[in-house]
Structures are given as C-alpha cells and as structure tokens.
Design a protein around this ligand. Structure first.
Ligand SMILES: N[C@@H](CCC(=O)N[C@@H](CS)C(=O)NCC(=O)O)C(=O)O
Length: 211
C-alpha cells in the first residue's frame, strides 16, 4: 500500500470525505492538519496554492474531487461498471452543487446578510438537495441501502458528509441536525452510515472542529 499524507486545515470541510474513506477501508494515512497562521508560508509551496493536498509516496496531488475519485477507484468505492460510475458521478455532482451557496455565505459581509443567505440556503438549496438525493436513492433498483449498486461507494460518503457535517455547520446547526425526517430513506441512510463500526469510531475520536 502506498504511503498517504493528507494535508488540510484543522477542519472537516473538503477533506473529510478522504478521511471517511481512509477510515472505512482501514487505510493507513497521516492526517496532517495545519494551523491557519502557517498557511501563508506553505501556500506557495503547494501544487495549486490550495488545500487539500494528498501526498502519495511523497508526490503531492491537489483537488479534492480528483482525490476522492482516486481513492474510490483504488479501494473499490467506485462501483462495478461504467454505468454505475456514471450514476455515482451524477450523485457526486448533485452534492457538489451546494458549494456555490456556501461560498456566498462565507463571502457575505455582516451577520444580517449571512443569516439571510443561510435562510435561503435552508429553505431552498437544502430542500432541493434532500429531495433530489431521495429521488436518486430510490432509483437504485438493487435496494441495497446505498445510493448506487449493491455496495457502499464514494457517493454514500459524499452524501453523508454533506447531510451530516457540511450543511448543519453552514446553517449554524449541530452536527447531524439537518432535517431529513420527511425523507425516510435519507434518515435511514444516515442511521445506516453512522452505524458502520469504523465510521462510528471515527466520528467519536476525530478532532472536534467547528467546520
Ligand atoms: N477545487 C479545490 C478548491 C480548494 C479550496 O478552495 N481550498 C480552500 C480551502 S477549502 C483553500 O485552500 N483556501 C485557502 C486559499 O485559497 O488560500 C478543491 O476542491 O480542492
């Protein structure tokens, strides 16, 4: 197995999907978290001036989605056929569609504007996402309890991370508090995912961070 070093800030955000996959598959990796004040010095030394970066046997690779797909391909989390991979990509892109709304909130000036955008994201973006995710989940004729095919894939990890970690944080809620109760299949999916022994263990012992 190659040696892996994940370099990111001390937050979940764009790196947590990598961490979940590493934990789920029992892959050894260094979870290297840098402090904000060391970033200006490190930034010009990274491949694209951004994090996360994954070092694989000493070579550095940026771009979170590319890293997710690499790990998924290497460790049997990317489906069993090109059609399953397409289905996985469809759900990944649906999850990723939330990021522009997040950036609007991060970049907005002042609490009033931020809260207005948060409300819009909760009422529109999050509702649309959960509705679409439910629809995509129900498309899986294998009825495996996962989004695509008959086993867990990258997209289960990405969807979980969005519903459980990212949306609640951006909307100023507690971890795991996005309201999926009107979406029975998503509620059951989140419960199924958190019940995975390795995931439950990671959630219990991971560093407690605000984002
Ligand atoms: N498309 C890139 C975006 C990476 C990105 O925006 N990273 C942010 C943190 S989430 C960053 O490095 N910000 C610091 C900076 O740009 O100086 C990815 O998905 O990896």
């Amino acid at each position: 197995m190659p040696s892996y070093k994940l370099i990111y800030f001390d937050i979940k955000a764009r790196a947590e999907v990598v961490r979940y996959m590493m934990e789920l598959k029992g892959i050894k990796y260094e979870d290297h978290r840098i402090q904000k004040d060391t970033w200006p010095e490190l930034k010009p030394k990274t491949p694209l001036g951004q994090l996360p970066v994954l070092e694989i046997d000493g070579a550095e690779y940026p771009q979170s989605n590319a890293l997710f797909r690499y790990i998924a391909r290497e460790y049997d989390l990317y489906g069993s056929s090109p059609i399953e991979q397409l289905q996985i990509d469809v759900v990944c892109e649906t999850v990723d569609d939330m990021w522009p709304g997040f950036y609007k909130i991060f970049e907005a000036e002042g609490d009033e504007k931020k809260n207005e955008l948060r409300k819009k994201l909760a009422d529109e973006g999050a509702m649309k996402l959960t509705k679409n995710l439910e629809k995509l989940f129900k498309n899986n004729k294998d009825d495996s309890g996962w989004f695509v095919g008959n086993k867990i894939t990258l997209v289960d990890v990405m969807a979980f991370n969005m519903i459980y970690d990212l949306l609640p944080t951006v909307l100023n809620m507690k971890e795991g508090e996005v309201d999926v109760k009107e979406h029975d299949v998503l509620k059951a999916f989140v419960e199924r995912f958190t019940a995975l022994e390795k995931i439950a263990d990671w959630i219990k012992r991971r560093p407690q961070t605000t984002f």
